[in-house]
Design a protein around this ligand. Structure first.
Ligand code: NZQ
Ligand code: ZN
Length: 387
């Protein structure tokens, strides 16, 4: 196992009717800015519940954070934070709102002349951030219990990640009943995003991280078990929703990634597909991952065989056949969740591949993977395998 530091300061407040706990979680004298996405938090009544829980505290609302949150919108929120003298931020929404709030919390106190520098440095130049909490309404990204975010700058078509130890939420309220209003497409996205996060920290090369491996396999098996049921249930099942929420949080809160190699190539290639073609985040991952596993089967052989056996029960056949079967199961699982796995399903062809490779190069994504040897030429082969 590799050396690691593990520190996760986010308090998780999990279960039914936990939004009322905001009254205990938010400092009594805080001047709160609540931040939401389009209209879902208002329509579902979650925003009203949050406002009620804040009681007599001074608060205002910023709405309009879009999916794949933009730098441009985030900077409008920074202005509102400064003008209103807010000292506590509360994100109510999915990964996009939470990511934007992390950026806003850091940008509001950023001392440089241009907050975009935060993204150019991947967050390494963040030295402070406003305190913030979250109320999660879409289980997928794990943003509710990690210190990372992804921000898009529309004018240059760049979707870039950042992280900082100042960007952990103070607390996150995880009420599985808040997922009941999600459309099937977003539920499926959540399952696939959490699945791929787990795979990217698990399916690399063995370092005898037995606890991390078995945690990862447990998350993958849970998602395989509940995923299709979430789509076909006529009424939401509380326990299935609770398991989805906790699986997604655990998939990216640092625990399964501690002390093991990681390969975020699928995400980095996927981000370019979202920035260029507006494909939902999780859907880009379903396009890239099966093709990437195929292309990198030699580097990943030992873990690919372990994954096939422990997650999919594949125990017979030659190594090549078992790896093929593991990849085929992965592809079928995404498709069973209603998520396409081919670029052609989105009307994209060879031209799109040229554009993605160009953007990867422009963003310095030239040494990806657990071995840092996944060059743009290999990314091209991966995408050709996804046509
Ligand atoms: O905008 P509103 O009206 O609120 O609607 C949202 C949005 O349209 C809707 N929604 C959210 N909760 C709902 C709901 N609709 C009905 N009922 C509810 N309870 O769902 C839509 C999608 O929301 P969004 O927040 O964009 O989805 P998600 O949570 O999948 O977040 C995706 C973003 O997170 C980034 C992605 O790149 C993408 O920008 N990621 C962040 C990560 C992190 N911080 O660690 C890791 C991930 O890999 C990912 O890259
Ligand atoms: Zn993701």
């Amino acid at each position: 196992m590799q050396n690691f530091d593990f520190h996760n300061p986010t308090r998780i407040v999990f279960g039914k009717n936990r939004i009322a706990d905001l009254n205990k979680l938010v400092p009594a004298d805080a001047k709160v800015l609540i931040l939401v996405g389009g209209s879902s938090a208002e329509k579902t009544g979650t925003l009203a519940e949050v406002r009620q829980a804040l009681g007599g505290r001074t608060h205002a609302t910023f709405s309009g954070i879009e999916p794949n949150p933009s730098y441009e919108t985030a900077m409008q929120a920074v202005q509102q934070v400064r003008d209103g003298g807010h000292d506590f931020l509360l994100a109510v929404g999915g990964g996009s709102v939470i990511d934007a709030v992390k950026f806003i919390a850091a940008a509001a106190l950023f001392e440089g002349d241009d907050a975009w520098h935060i993204m150019e440095k991947g967050g390494r130049n963040i030295t402070q951030a406003l305190p913030f909490g979250t109320v999660l309404t879409l289980p997928a990204t794990g943003s509710e219990m990690n210190n990372g975010g992804v921000i898009t700058r529309r004018d240059i078509g760049a979707k870039l990640p950042f992280s900082s130890r100042y960007c952990y939420p103070l607390f996150s309220v995880l009420d599985p009943t808040k997922t009941y209003t999600l459309p099937p497409q977003q539920l499926a996205n959540g399952v696939v995003d959490a699945f791929v996060h787990t795979v990217e920290q698990y399916l690399t090369y063995p370092v005898d991280g037995r606890v991390q491996d078995r945690f990862a396999e447990g998350i993958l098996q849970t998602l395989v078990e509940i995923g299709p049921r979430l789509l076909t249930a006529t009424e939401p099942d509380y326990d299935d929703r609770a398991n989805l929420v906790w699986a997604a949080t655990m998939a990216l809160n640092g625990l399964i990634g501690a002390g093991v190699p990681q390969d975020w190539s699928t995400h980095m290639i996927g981000h370019e597909l979202t920035a260029l073609y507006g494909i939902d985040h999780a859907r880009t991952l379903a396009l890239v991952l099966p093709a990437l596993l195929h292309e990198r089967r030699a580097q990943k052989q030992a873990k690919l065989l372990q994954y096939g056996e422990r997650v999919w029960g594949i125990t017979s056949g030659s190594n090549e056949e078992r790896m093929d079967a593991a990849i085929a199961h992965t592809r079928s699982f995404f498709e069973a969740m209603g998520i396409p796995t081919r670029l052609s399903d989105y009307g994209l062809g060879a031209d799109a591949i040229d554009s993605v490779i160009h953007q990867l190069q422009a963003h310095g994504m030239t040494q990806l993977s657990e071995h840092r040897d996944l060059t743009p030429a290999i990314s091209r082969k991966v995408l050709e395998g996804a046509l």
